[in-house]
Design a protein around this ligand. Structure first.
Ligand SMILES: [Zn+2]
Length: 176
């Protein structure tokens, strides 16, 4: 069935013509742009609020994914930290055996929330994917994935104008 065909009745024959149509959508990453620029440079960046005296737990707060404003002290958060080589652990994980059409060809895949050691990042546990069979990396079995396992970030090569969060993924940093 082509466009307009369903409107054809015995008595009416609509005129259907085709016009090319395109739209340029400009998406701004706003205040967290450095995070996405960092991904294209293979760096993992988060933000830190150091107003620890105004935080309920008395600690500096790490935001990853980054936040431009602190939800505890309401201050603007301007400090960026490079976490590419940080001690990063699996906070929690799940394996998807079914997905929406976009990701269906990738099942099974493992979704993780990450925990960065040495910081309080209780406000934001970045969600990403764990690749367990990356050539040249430590390969593990899916059943060996564990909470607390050390992982490291990896970055797909994309030009800056094609960047999104799927550029980032993780691989095991140690054998189980
Ligand atoms: Zn704060």
């Amino acid at each position: 069935m082509s466009v307009g065909e369903k409107y054809v009745s015995k008595n009416k024959q609509p005129l259907v013509v085709e016009h090319p149509y395109s739209i340029l959508y400009k998406h701004s990453f706003g205040e967290v742009s450095p995070f996405f620029v960092g991904l294209t440079k293979k760096r993992l960046l988060g933000t830190v609020c150091r107003n620890r005296e105004k935080h309920r737990n008395g600690k500096d707060l790490l935001f990853l994914p980054p936040r431009a404003d602190c939800p505890e002290c309401m201050a603007e958060v301007n400090e960026w930290v490079d976490l590419t080589d940080a001690d990063i652990r699996i906070y929690t994980f799940t394996t998807a055996y079914f997905a929406g059409e976009t990701f269906l060809s990738k099942v099974p895949f493992t979704l993780i929330n990450i925990d960065v050691q040495g910081f309080d990042n209780s406000y934001s546990k970045l969600t990403s994917t764990l690749v367990i069979d990356e050539p040249g990396e430590i390969n593990i079995k899916r059943e060996d994935i564990r909470i607390g396992m050390r992982i490291k970030p990896k970055f797909r090569d994309v030009p800056q104008d094609k960047v999104d969060a799927s550029v980032l993924y993780f691989v095991p940093a140690e054998k189980p």
